[in-house]
Design a protein around this ligand. Structure first.
Ligand SMILES: [Zn+2]
Length: 283
């Protein structure tokens, strides 16, 4: 009798785990089915007009990637909440241009539409953010002006005027949406340290070798004041290096490959894409 009771108590956690596992599997299946349905729907014509008029990169994509991006935009807009701050009205234009630029990064990456957060807060223009840091026993608070930020396991914050500028000029190597969403890819495997999830286990060793070496070169260039196709902000940390090189990879692929061929190859494998042909075609 007592043995039966112990057996029951011991098996209870196992049963709970089994039920949880079943429900989780069911939810994943349900979510994937919904995503498939959303991707199969045609993009509303108003959305298409916004892409065609304000996001020249969309027109340079080959047909199959245009179709893929349209599907990803539908899922992204269904799963993320885009919220206006300081009186900014969230229109289709705001929603579509954020979704389109964010989804360029996951065009070919198998995955999950930036899991772990839901909210995107959008200010009309650059905003003032508070920074708090400890120095010894002291807590120091100061402020800085920002165009965007990504909170670890929290929301993304964006300035709409920079979102719009990034969408309209896709050849200047600067894109706040791509930058902040690259941080989100980076944190998918825990820390935000410049190492995102890579498609195969074999890639990690080479990624670390190439990225570490290139980051050191970038830091030296920063110290020496030398110009580079990669913005010097990338030299501030490995996480910023990954985000800044992501912007360069999608917006200046020809220059990145020319001056940093090994780095370009790693990013090509990471994003499972080669943006060079898009850069060659005219707007
Ligand atoms: Zn950053």
């Amino acid at each position: 009798m007592r043995q039966n009771l112990i057996y029951c108590l011991l098996s209870l956690p196992f049963l709970i785990m089994l039920v949880w596992f079943y429900l989780e599997k069911h939810n994943i299946k349900k979510r994937e089915l919904k995503r498939q349905q959303l991707r199969a729907q045609p993009l509303p014509s108003e959305y298409l007009n916004i892409l065609q008029n304000e996001f020249p990169l969309y027109l340079r994509l080959p047909d199959e990637l245009q179709l893929k991006l349209a599907g990803h935009i539908q899922v992204f807009l269904d799963e993320k909440d885009i919220v206006g701050r300081d009186g900014l009205e969230i229109t289709d234009r705001v929603r579509v241009l954020i979704a389109a630029q964010a989804c360029i990064l996951i065009l070919n990456r198998p995955g999950n539409y930036y899991p772990g957060f839901r909210s995107i807060l959008v200010y009309p223009s650059t905003y003032i953010a508070k920074n708090t840091r400890s120095e010894g026993m002291l807590q120091i608070t100061d402020t800085s002006t920002r165009a965007g930020e990504s909170w670890h396991r929290g929301p993304i914050v964006l300035a709409w005027d920079h979102v719009l500028k990034g969408a309209r000029d896709s050849r200047d190597g600067r894109n706040v949406v791509m930058h902040e969403f690259a941080h989100k890819l980076d944190e998918e495997n825990a820390a935000m340290d410049g190492l995102p999830l890579l498609p195969t286990p074999e890639q990690y060793q080479q990624w670390s070798q190439v990225l570490n070496a290139e980051f050191k070169v970038q830091q030296q260039k920063w110290v020496d004041g030398d110009d580079d196709v990669i913005d010097s902000y990338g030299a501030t940390s490995p996480a910023e290096f990954f985000a800044v090189v992501t912007e360069t990879f999608f917006e200046k692929p020809l220059q990145l490959e020319r001056y940093h061929p090994k780095l370009y190859e790693q990013f090509k494998q990471c994003y499972l894409l080669d943006p060079k042909p898009w850069a060659k075609s005219k707007d």
